[in-house]
Design a binder for this molecule. Sequence first.
Ligand code: SF4
Ligand code: SF4
Length: 277
Amino acid sequence: MTQYRMLIDVSRCIGCYNCYLACRDEHVGRDHRPLSAPQPESGHKWMAIREEERGTYPKVKMAHIPVPCQQCAEAPCIKAASDGAVYRRGDGIVVIDPDKASGQRALVEACPYGAIFWNEALSVPQKCTFCAHLLDSGWKEPRCVEVCPTQALVFADADDRGSAVVKPDSVRSAETLHPEFGMKPLVEYMNLPKPCLVGEVSFGDQVQVPAEDISVFLRRGDHVRIAVTDCFGDFEFDNLEAGAEYQLKIEQVGYRAHELRLRMQTDLDLGTIILDR
Ligand code: SF4
Ligand code: SF4
């Protein structure tokens, strides 16, 4: 039996909002009962893009995390509904029946992912359906996936062994958003933001000359990662493990080696590391 799955690679998301707009195009003012009532003109984000600022000033960057309904196997919205108004289909998609759910405003609070929105005009709670009305008519993927220009969103039947959502590599590195909720979502993620380490290298005897092309080594146990400084002397290590201890080392011919032990908890800027002769 078909079992849909969505894989979201956060490192590929450029925050273009095409997916959000495609969702609005498909659902605003369009009635897809019994799967969904029309989405209102404003206020709903069935495909939300969470913007997460990373690093500390002046070395900051933004991660964009697309968050649709996670289509949970253990969905509290199903338990919170009366009259079977929220149910899980055989293909895994969780549906809010717009007619049965009429007036059930409490469902908005039942979703810890914030994926359910209240439609004031229709008096109904609403959310992403993976465009189930399209899938049921033969579409291979929802509109958000179709328009994503970077393939940050991938969608397939979990039984399709050739699909990127079930390739061994992606399965191994896939994780769920907020695993502490324990809701077994069908939506999985790759490259969710993890602590990053940044810094800048400078020569003590040539402060005007950027320390470009310097190799910076970061060791954890037997595993060593290497970053090379850019034209400003900046380096960066991303996706480090929170709570893990690392050893940073810079060796440059003609300069004293620089060594540092650190434990990563959150994003960290080491500032300027000066290499002395
Ligand atoms: S993400 Fe929220 S709305 Fe979607 S199935 Fe899970 S609990 Fe229900
Ligand atoms: S369309 Fe793709 S790249 Fe653009 S915001 Fe959505 S997921 Fe990110």
